[in-house]
Design a protein. Structure first.
Length: 174
């Protein structure tokens, strides 16, 4: 059986219940005539996503970030200035949910909120130099771990996998 990603990243090889269930589904599906030859995509992607998030958490903790705070830092880079409501929509959160996250990031001088000259009720957001530095540091550490995971695949499969994920991500963005 394949090893669980989070366990592999942590240096162990013990599969989790989610991994075992996914592998059992894959084996049962592949072994039954007349059924699809692969498990459902969610059955494969969800355990992988959980393992990736579990591998990210120690990095985020080391830098004093929550997953929401990291998500905000990543999305502010796409367009340097955006309203709080537009940012909430982009990250798939209710705007009231991200306000405490923005308060924390602003208090830590990682982002700036300023009144929009065109609409004083709206707040424009931008990363500070320290916010960009922290985002880049955390993202580099996370992607270093992801590279170790991807190293399990041949180079052409790795490139194809990442290319396919990007295409699906772009197509399914909020």
């Amino acid at each position: 059986m394949a090893e669980n990603t989070a366990a592999t990243t942590a240096g162990t090889t013990e599969p989790t219940e989610a991994t075992e269930a996914t592998e059992a589904t894959a084996i049962a599906t592949a072994a039954t005539p007349g059924r699809p030859s692969r498990p459902d995509l969610a059955a494969m992607v969800v355990p992988l996503g959980r393992a990736l998030m579990a591998a990210e958490q120690p990095i985020l903790d080391a830098h004093g970030l929550t997953m929401w705070a990291y998500t905000v830092l990543l999305h502010l880079d796409e367009k340097p200035i955006r309203t709080q409501a537009a940012l909430a929509e982009a990250v798939g959160a209710d705007k009231t949910r991200i306000i405490p996250v923005l308060d924390d990031l602003e208090a830590r001088a990682l982002l700036r909120r300023q009144a929009d000259p065109a609409d004083r009720r709206a707040r424009l957001l931008s990363l500070t130099a320290e916010g960009r530095r922290l985002r880049d540091t955390v993202q580099a550490a996370i992607q270093e771990g992801e590279e170790r995971l991807l190293d399990a695949l041949p180079a052409t499969d790795r490139e194809g996998f990442v290319r396919a994920l990007r295409a699906l991500h772009e197509r399914n963005r909020p």
